[in-house]
Structure formats: C-alpha cells, structure tokens
Write a protein that binds this ligand. Structure first.
Ligand SMILES: C[S@@+](CC[C@H](N)C(=O)[O-])C[C@H]1O[C@@H](n2cnc3c(N)ncnc32)[C@H](O)[C@@H]1O
Length: 157
C-alpha cells in the first residue's frame, strides 16, 4: 500500500506524512510541483529522523507519477471531501495507492472525475475539512486494518 500526496503546499504536512508513512510501513509518492522547496527545514522539523525511514519517491509531475512502474501496479483511491463513499464502507486492497489532495484546493476536477474510487471521512455538519495528514492517518489506518497490513502490535512492559 502507498500514500501519495498531490502537489502538497505546506512543508510541515509533507514531513508529517513522511513520519506517518514510516511508522505505518507505507511507501510515499510526492507528486510535484510542491508549494515549497524540498530542502525546506520545516519538512525535517515535522518529519524528524523518520524521514530516513520512509520509502519516498518524488515525481516531477502527475504524468510522471502515472508512468511510474509502482503506480501501474496499484489501484488509485482518491481521498477527498467529495468522496462518493465513507472510508469505512469501502473495500481497500493491499495494492491501493491512497491519493491525498492539495491543502489549498484538493485535486483538479478533471483528475477527480477520472478516478472512480473516491472515499471521504465523514465529518460533523458545519465543518469543512480535516488537515490532510489527519485525513490520511484515518484512511490509512482503516485501509491497513482491512487488509491486515497494520504493523504487528508489540506490547510494552
Ligand atoms: C484541506 S483539504 C482540501 C480542501 C479542499 N477545499 C477540497 O475540497 O478538497 C486537503 C486534503 O485533505 C483530505 N481531506 C481533508 N478532509 C477530508 C475528508 N473529510 N475526507 C476525505 N479527505 C479529506 C483530502 O485529500 C483533501 O484534498
């Protein structure tokens, strides 16, 4: 299973997503251009040393992402406030690539319409959206739980 970020705007979110992915054992795709420089110190502050543990692939564009071998091996699932089904009602697969939208505006309508599998995290009335990493964490946890890919729980003394 992979976690893909579409043109992230905020370096702290990219760092947080890398940390999330390292902890949960997900590979990460960053689809550029980003709204920040990749060597921005804020990524490291948020991602800390987990960044070295993450399996990261940067793609120069959406087209480059689509042409990548790893993308061809999986099913794209768009995680969107405009998703067609609740994330808990969706049947995830081990080869899924969970695609997160941009903080400022999600993904373009044309891209949204081209991805048939779209899930939303239900929210309380009057709330607009979750932080992108919060939404990713909720959906990744459910997807990993369903596919029995969660890291093995080791109780501490
Ligand atoms: C701040 S939101 C973007 C809001 C933007 N106005 C939109 O409509 O997509 C950034 C990203 O977080 C994810 N996200 C936030 N809340 C979500 C929710 N309730 N369900 C699914 N994805 C969500 C989506 O991937 C979204 O593109």
């Amino acid at each position: 299973m992979r976690l893909a970020l579409y043109q992230p705007d905020i370096p702290q979110n990219a760092g947080g997503a890398l940390r999330l992915a390292a902890c949960l054992g997900l590979a990460v795709d960053i689809i550029e251009p980003c709204g920040f420089l990749w060597d921005d110190k804020k990524i490291r502050r948020a991602g800390m040393d987990y960044i070295e543990l993450a399996t990261l692939t940067r793609h120069s564009s959406w087209d480059a992402f689509c042409q990548a071998e790893t993308t061809g091996q999986g099913r794209l699932v768009l995680v969107s406030t405009k998703g067609a089904v609740s994330h808990t009602a969706f049947a995830f697969r081990p080869d899924d690539i969970l695609l997160m939208g941009r903080e400022s505006c999600g993904v373009p309508d044309s891209l949204h319409d081209s991805i048939p599998d779209r899930v939303a995290v239900p929210q309380c009335p009057g709330t607009r959206s979750l932080n992108v990493v919060t939404a990713a964490a909720i959906v990744c946890a459910e997807a990993l739980r369903q596919t029995a890919l969660l890291p093995v729980f080791t109780p501490t003394a």
